[in-house]
Design a protein around this ligand. Structure first.
Ligand code: SIN
Ligand code: CO
Length: 401
């Protein structure tokens, strides 16, 4: 908790408490030298190479005749060779899924809960490049890597967009403030704050983005979640059926009966928590996990993680609540005594050997480990932590150190 009282250079020497109270979701914050030594994680060439990699989500924004054009991945090297002298920008999503250094960078923002994090995006633009004035519906920290970017912002309420444009571009952008950001500088923008970034020279910007799911999306997905879980007893019955003048009409009696039946659909806080855990830890549709090519035996795995520790795969999303763990969209309920250890793994994305050897329960495991793992994940984990971790290793969700 002491960390909460400390001021952070990353937040312009505000404490996390002050930042959350005065800026988060409220107003922009410019931080000079937020990360003084930061000069970026990738070169422009590495960024273009990543944009051309299978399974990577990337966009290429070109600026023909003062307008904007958009292309989506997949890309090949030739998409970048044929670019004219006009300004352009390439944006690569999910850098944290591909680069351990990107995941390390995101850890600096862990004062915001993992459930709110979206991903780390990087953009590269030669001089003059940008994606035009727009607003986003989520919070973002724009951290300057290589080069310089002019950021113009506006808190205007006019959100009218240019019709028919391939990107969401504000029709009437009225600049209220502007700054030129150098490597290591950072600008925090709350949702709906209009902004326009223009590369002053060869420029790379890292966007730490946070998601704010729309209630409509949450409610729709909750109904999908509920459909497999509801249990409504009984069947429609009408032993007292009355004659009706128009056989095509749905009668008030039928409506009443069905209304009563549907009112039996109930949910509680536990359902909401379970839904949220699964929904928020669900990998995006393009994400695939690679199972280890020649997996260690369970015995070897146990020895390695006890001696060295383990870490989550870069693509893994792990959340927890109550006594439940959510691993890449799947709920593992009632982990009992193992909760605090698994929460630590979710918090820090790794467990050191030391953490393990301190875990007395780890040594409570049966001396003879089963050669075969059960097909289903065990419901009661007491004493079965190792099997769970091993299963996640086989799924490609984590790795021994
Ligand atoms: C960029 O990095 O060029 C654009 C980021 C943004 O405006 O959200
Ligand atoms: Co934006």
């Amino acid at each position: 908790m002491s960390r909460m009282k400390n001021t952070l250079p990353l937040l312009g020497n505000l404490s996390v408490h002050e930042f959350l109270r005065d800026y988060w979701q409220k107003k922009p914050l410019l931080v000079r030298a937020a990360l003084p030594q930061f000069n970026g994680l990738l070169t422009p060439q590495q960024t273009i190479k990543l944009a051309c990699t299978e399974d990577v989500q990337a966009r290429l924004v070109t600026q023909p005749q003062g307008g904007f054009a958009l292309q989506q991945s997949p890309f090949s090297a030739k998409d970048f060779k044929g670019l004219s002298k006009l300004p352009w920008t390439v944006l690569v999503q999910g850098l944290n899924h591909h680069l351990p250094e990107a995941t390390e960078l995101l850890k600096k923002f862990a004062f915001i809960p993992h459930a709110r994090l979206d991903d780390l995006m990087v953009s590269y633009a030669p001089k003059g490049g940008g994606v035009g004035p727009h607003f986003d519906s989520y919070d973002v920290f724009l951290l300057q890597g290589m080069g310089h970017r002019r950021w113009q912002i506006s808190t205007q309420a006019d959100h009218e967009m240019i019709e028919g444009a391939p990107l969401r571009i504000l029709k009437n952008f009225k600049v209220e403030q502007e700054w030129i950001l150098a490597p290591g500088d950072m600008l925090y923008l709350p949702p709906h704050c209009a902004h326009n970034g223009i590369a002053e020279d060869e420029c790379m910007t890292y966007s730490i983005g946070f998601r704010t799911p729309a209630y409509q999306e949450l409610a729709e997905q909750f109904l999908v979640y509920l459909q497999d879980r509801i249990c409504v007893a009984g069947m429609y019955a009408d032993p007292d059926l009355k004659t009706q003048q128009h056989p095509s009409e749905i009668s008030p009696a039928m409506l009443r009966q069905v209304e009563q039946a549907i009112k039996q659909v109930r949910w509680d806080k536990e359902d909401i928590a379970n839904f949220l855990g699964c929904y928020l830890s669900e990998p995006k549709p393009h994400i695939y996990f690679a199972a280890p090519e020649s997996p260690q035996s369970l015995k070897k795995f146990k020895k390695t993680i006890i001696n060295k520790g383990l870490y989550l795969d870069l693509k893994t999303q792990m959340l927890c609540h109550g006594n439940d763990i959510f691993m890449n969209g799947e709920a593992i309920p009632n982990v009992g005594d193992n909760y605090s250890l698994l929460r630590e793994l979710a918090d820090r994305r790794e467990l050191s050997a030391l953490t393990f050897s301190k875990e007395a329960r780890f040594h409570k495991l049966p001396g003879e480990l089963p050669e075969e793992l059960p097909e289903e994940l065990p419901e009661e984990l007491s004493g079965n932590l190792i099997e769970l971790l091993y299963q996640w290793y086989l799924d490609g969700f984590l790795n021994p150190l």
